[in-house]
Design a binder for this molecule. Structure first.
Ligand code: PLP
Length: 399
């Protein structure tokens, strides 16, 4: 790994980036890898069309969730055979938290923070009702002191989706372990954005999606990681046939597969996995320390330039890059309209309620020119007040 020297000109060329667009929303949906189109077309023609049902064996569809999982593992500090793909992230949060909770019988508290993504909190609110547990939610800064001996599971998203604040995974995991609890880390805004080291941090479970910084495409399947010490003990609550020890024995009773494969639920999305596989090719020559260094360069430059030329905006992200992921957000009372005006000028970031302008910096394809172009246009929009038009205030269904 250390002899890898990342060629970011080459990684940028691997993506279809529409001309006239400065894309700073790869933290929500990564752009299309050029190779994905042909990979999906080939999968459809050579595998689905020609092989029909035989594709499950002959084209390796059945093993694909594990094979692709190994490719993700390298990017998050996990080992071979520890990651499996499938379902959506919300489902994987349910799988991980329920399995972790079951490993701590007699303890009923699941702790999270108020910066967590709502779906993670909603899923665990429902789960807690079903398994006689309590979800406790505290401010992100108060997590460490809220860890006590009642705690079963600490469930956190490492990088805050709104502010980009990054938790100290190793320190919080150690604190949870000292209290006798387990950890579930959501890597939605970490995988492909920062240098994650799950084994180094000694985490217990992790989950994440692949359509953000990993560029797998809309609806690309999620991943789940189980530390090897739990892999044969963890009992998923969603017991599907693909996680059975012998799916094609069609036995009436569930018996979990060995290792992380028990976290599989149903039939994997094979077409989506083909697109994701093409997206993961781009990572083959990327060294994570290079990625992190470039991410910090981009976010530092963005903050400095915005603060120098957009006095109406207030930084909503940690100033210390060590405490930040690969996204930066600023607040403005009319953030929604400002973002619509920016998008109309070809600078795509996004808005998060109530007043946040959010910008993701994906080192694989974002450049210093993207930073200066985005800031130049934003400064002009704010100076001229051109965001204050009727059309920029109308809200769409997806923001
Ligand atoms: C993006 C994101 C999700 C989305 O979950 P899906 O089930 O893929 O829609 C969940 N949690 C976090 C922390 C996210 O950032």
């Amino acid at each position: 790994m250390t002899d890898l020297s990342t060629d970011f000109t080459r990684t940028r060329a691997a993506f279809h980036l529409p001309s006239g667009v400065t894309y700073l929303d790869g933290n929500s949906l990564g752009p299309m890898p050029v190779a994905a189109r042909d990979r999906v077309a080939a999968m459809m023609q050579d595998e689905w069309a020609q092989m029909l049902i035989r594709g499950w064996n002959e084209a390796g569809w059945y093993a694909q969730p594990r094979v692709t999982g190994d490719r993700i593992a390298r990017l998050i500090g996990a080992g071979d055979g520890q990651v499996v793909m499938g379902d959506t992230l919300s489902i994987k949060v349910f799988q991980a938290v329920s399995a972790a909770r079951a490993l701590r019988p007699g303890r009923r508290v699941i702790l999270s923070d108020s910066g967590n993504f709502p779906s993670d909190l909603y899923v665990v609110q429902g789960l807690a009702r079903a398994i006689d547990s309590d979800l406790r939610v505290v401010e992100p800064e108060a997590v460490a002191e809220a860890i006590d001996d009642d705690l079963a599971v600490l469930m956190l998203t490492e990088v805050d989706y709104r502010t980009g604040r990054r938790h100290d995974m190793a320190a919080l995991t150690a604190a949870a372990h000292d209290a006798g609890a387990l950890t579930v880390w959501d890597l939605a805004h970490s995988a492909g954005a920062v240098d994650v080291d799950l084994l180094g941090a000694d985490a217990d479970f992790a989950v994440g999606c692949t359509y953000k910084y990993l560029n797998g495409g809309p609806g690309a399947p999620a991943f789940i990681w189980t530390h090897p010490r739990h892999a044969d003990a963890a009992q998923p609550i969603l017991q599907g046939w693909m996680g059975h020890a012998a799916p094609f024995a069609f036995q009436p009773d569930y018996e979990p597969a060995g290792g992380v494969e028990r976290m599989r639920v149903g039939t994997p999305p094979v077409i989506a996995l083909a697109a994701l596989d093409a997206a993961l090719d781009v990572w083959d020559h990327v060294a994570m320390p290079d990625l992190r260094a470039r991410s910090i360069e981009l976010t530092e430059a963005f903050i400095a330039q915005v603060e120098a030329s957009c006095p109406d905006l207030t930084l909503n992200s940690p100033r210390d890059p060590a405490r930040r992921g690969s996204q930066v957000s600023f607040r403005h009372p009319q953030a929604y309209a400002v973002m619509q005006a920016l998008i109309a000028q070809g600078v795509i970031g996004d808005f998060r309620a109530p007043d946040v302008l959010r910008f993701g910096f994906a080192p694989l394809y974002n450049t210093a020119e993207d930073v200066s172009r985005a800031v130049g246009i934003m400064a002009r929009i704010l100076r001229e007040g051109s965001w204050d038009r009727q059309e920029y205030h109308a809200r769409a269904a997806v923001t």
